[in-house]
Design a protein around this ligand. Structure first.
Ligand code: AMP
Length: 179
């Protein structure tokens, strides 16, 4: 599918959730079955011959793309959630926001005790890279290897790649120059 068609399926909402942010609303992408399938197929073809053991998806939109990809590849899905949502023993990582910090968690046995599990991290969008960087640290902290971090959109102007590239590779379907 033409990348313009994928880009056109994503709704841009100016000044949400605050002034000067353009929110990239992927609910309109996943609501279009043809585009949603095309996006999952791109990711499936990229990873199907890379011996990936798990897809880890970041709450909440990373669950939608990540779980569909895991199903397409016939492998397990691991949720990375905001603090306090997972019921079993967790590992956690803090990361800074513009004001204050946030924290993501993963179940300690998420990779089912597989040593050196090969993991692809999935989220809808990379902005400053803080969320994804903390998620890569989580994966590594329980012995996984983050083979690549995959996004639908990379907001290149916010330079999230700089934070992630020392730790893992990055793949994105769409790249936007601004923020
Ligand atoms: P960051 O940690 O700065 O890379 O932010 C990434 C997370 O925030 C992802 O889970 C995105 O879904 C969300 N996010 C950040 N900026 C935007 C945006 N402009 N539009 C939609 N989601 C965003």
């Amino acid at each position: 599918m033409d990348k313009h068609k994928i880009a056109d399926s994503i709704r841009a909402i100016p000044d949400y959730p605050k002034p000067d942010i353009i929110f990239r609303d992927v609910t309109t992408l996943i609501g279009d079955g043809e585009v949603f399938k095309a996006v999952i197929d791109i990711l499936k073809h990229r990873y199907e011959k890379q011996n990936i053991d798990f897809i880890a998806g970041i709450e909440a939109r990373g669950f939608v793309f990540g779980a569909a990809l895991a199903y397409a590849l016939g492998i397990g899905f691991v949720p990375i959630r905001k603090k306090g949502k997972l019921p079993y023993t967790t590992v956690s990582e803090k990361y800074s926001l513009e004001y204050g910090f946030d924290e993501v968690e993963m179940h300690i046995d998420a990779f089912r005790n597989k040593q050196g599990a090969r993991v692809v991290l999935v989220d809808d969008l990379i902005a400053t890279g803080g969320t994804a960087q903390a998620s890569v640290r989580l994966i590594e902290s329980i012995g996984g290897e983050c083979v690549e971090a995959a996004f639908i959109i990379n907001l290149k102007g916010l330079q999230g790649e700089k934070k992630l590239l020392p730790h893992t590779k990055i793949f994105s379907i769409l790249e936007y120059e601004g923020k």
